[in-house]
Design a protein. Structure first.
Length: 135
C-alpha cells in the first residue's frame, strides 16, 4: 500500500509541476528580460547550491529506490552511499545557511510581498524583492 501511494504521489507531484510550469512560468516570461550574462551568484554560492542539490538528489534516489522500487531494506553499497551523502547534505546546508543568512533577513517590504505573493497569481504588479524575495 505504501509503495502504491508513494508512486501515485510522486506522479501527481511531477504532473503538478509540469502544469504549474505551463500555466504560470511560461506566462510570466517576458521577451525583454534583458541580458542573460549578468552574474547573480559568485563561484562559492554556485558550489554550495550544487552540493546541496546533488547530495539531496542522491539521498532521495537511494532512499526512494529502497523504499519504493525494491520494497525492502537498503542493501549493498546503497546504505553507504545514502549515509555518506547525508553528511554532505548536512554540511552543505550549514554552508548555505551561513552564506545566505544576511540576504535572507526579513526586510521592511517582505510583509507586503508575502501578503500579495509578489504579484505571482495575477502576473501584474510585480513587487520588488531584493536579492531574494520573501517567497
Amino acid at each position: 500500500m505504501f509503495r502504491t501511494i508513494s508512486i501515485w504521489l510522486l506522479g501527481i507531484t511531477i504532473v503538478g509541476l509540469a502544469v504549474h510550469y505551463l500555466a504560470f512560468a511560461l506566462r510570466h516570461r517576458k521577451a525583454d528580460e534583458g541580458p542573460r550574462d549578468i552574474r547573480r551568484y559568485n563561484l562559492w554560492e554556485r558550489l554550495v547550491h550544487l552540493a546541496v542539490t546533488v547530495s539531496f538528489l542522491v539521498q532521495a534516489g537511494t532512499g526512494f529506490w529502497a523504499a519504493i522500487v525494491t520494497g525492502g531494506k537498503m542493501t549493498g553499497y546503497v546504505p553507504m552511499i545514502h549515509v555518506t551523502f547525508g553528511g554532505v547534505f548536512a554540511a552543505s546546508l550549514v554552508a548555505a545557511v551561513v552564506t545566505w543568512a544576511e540576504d535572507h533577513r526579513f526586510a521592511a517590504g517582505d510583509g507586503e510581498w508575502i501578503r500579495r505573493m509578489g504579484g505571482y497569481w495575477t502576473g501584474r504588479d510585480r513587487l520588488p524583492g531584493g536579492r531574494f524575495d520573501a517567497g
